[in-house]
Design a protein around this ligand. Structure first.
Ligand SMILES: [Zn+2]
Length: 396
């Protein structure tokens, strides 16, 4: 890897096209909170007993010690970060990452995180909004007695210029899987029934007594395949005239995933439906199906992919994953995100590992005389910045 390439990659602002605002809370956090973003487990032993030995996490502690100027131990890093002013710390990490604009899915842990406009001020970067469609429908039960009402409410949100959306997002991957079926009479009947039952459960007096927990089921949670497929299809139909992209959670991620249903090649019904080819379909995370995702990108011009959550968690494995992805994925279809969530370190570290992996992989291609250093830097700029602006039609 040449020093010039590494430096050049560091100077490209990182457009984080899939991220969530961090928790809004006191700066002093416990070690468990500090480790928590590095696993999608819901079983506490994962982060109380094990995550401190994950290679990617150990690397994060070491890199953060460099930024904070302290010993490279978990205790030392946590003590220094906990002693800093909240807003100063968030800005410090955003600057250290050379972060550009962020596109935030603001329906993750809604109510516990910074509102989009506040977070934008905190980090000093533009933050655009991405609409998570299934959760949006869940939030509308009270106002929408029927499924038709719910789908109309969703379409209105998508087309309203006041909402300033840059993308839609589906979490079908960890609700019912990616084998979408096109609309049918049977599917519609089942979806109407499921919506009615879920709405009833969500609005029942017993539901209000149950405190919602992050990443755990709550009454009204939409996990019926006919209903999820109906929502996604309907959202895409509203998105097509606007050219609005749709992001899909693919594979690696939340602990309720059935991995065998998360191979993105199962999404064929969406790729085969000609009208949907007018909008970018962006596959997020993708691990361990990043090669399948690369195949899809090489086959369908409107498919883009990203290794978001994968990159910070696999740590030094990011170079191998990136190289495997680029076997088939044209570089103009690869986007970079961090899936930053909960605490601000995760986003900062995701940016760091993306830059590290790009420098290693593209630097290797230069060393092999596959292409020259200028092309390597242009490629990195496309992945970190330019591709997102083109795909989401944003000015920043
Ligand atoms: Zn996410």
């Amino acid at each position: 890897m040449t020093e010039g390439l590494r430096e050049g990659i560091g100077q490209v602002p990182f457009v984080d096209h899939h991220v969530h605002q961090p928790y809004k809370r006191a700066q002093a956090i416990g070690v468990e909170d500090f480790r928590r973003p590095f696993t999608e487990a819901s079983i506490p032993a994962a982060w109380t007993e094990n995550i401190q030995t994950l290679i990617g996490y150990q690397w994060m502690v070491r890199e953060l010690a460099r930024v904070l100027g302290c010993d490279a131990t978990e205790d030392a890093v946590l003590a220094v970060r906990n002693g800093m002013a909240v807003l100063r710390y968030h800005r410090l990490l955003a600057d250290a990452a050379n972060l550009g604009a962020c596109y935030a899915d603001d329906l993750f842990a809604a109510g516990q995180c910074y509102p989009i406009d506040v977070w934008s001020e905190v980090i000093g970067r533009p933050v655009e909004r991405v609409l998570r469609v299934e959760t949006f429908v869940e939030q509308g039960y009270a106002a929408c007695p029927t499924l038709d009402d719910a789908l109309h409410r969703l379409s209105r949100e998508i087309v309203s210029p006041a909402r300033r959306l840059v993308s839609l997002k589906s979490i079908a991957g960890y609700r019912t899987g990616l084998a979408f079926d096109p609309p049918s009479a049977t599917q519609h009947q089942q979806a109407v029934k499921a919506y009615s039952e879920l709405r009833g459960a969500a609005l029942s007096p017993h539901a209000a007594q149950r405190a919602p927990a992050v990443l755990s089921p709550s009454p009204g949670r939409i996990a019926d395949k006919a209903l999820v497929d109906t929502i996604v299809w309907s959202a895409l139909e509203a998105a097509v005239p606007l050219g609005l992209p749709m992001q899909f959670h693919v594979a690696f991620g939340d602990d309720d995933i059935i991995m065998a249903r998360n191979d993105p090649t199962l999404m064929r019904a969406l790729f085969a439906h000609a009208p949907f080819r007018a909008v970018p379909l962006v596959l997020l995370h993708c691990y361990p199906f990043h090669r399948q995702a690369g195949y899809l990108a090489s086959t369908y011009p409107n498919v883009c992919l990203d290794l978001g959550l994968t990159i910070p968690i696999v740590g030094p494995g990011a170079a191998a994953v990136l190289a495997e992805t680029l076997e088939l994925c044209p570089t103009r279809q690869l986007l970079a995100s961090t899936d930053g969530h909960m605490e601000p370190e995760f986003q900062w570290f995701g940016v760091h590992v993306w830059r590290w992996a790009l420098a290693r992989v593209l630097g290797q291609y230069v060393a092999w005389d596959i292409f020259d250093a200028d092309t390597a830097l242009t490629t990195a700029r496309a992945v970190l910045h330019d591709n997102a602006l083109r795909v989401y039609q944003t000015g920043n």
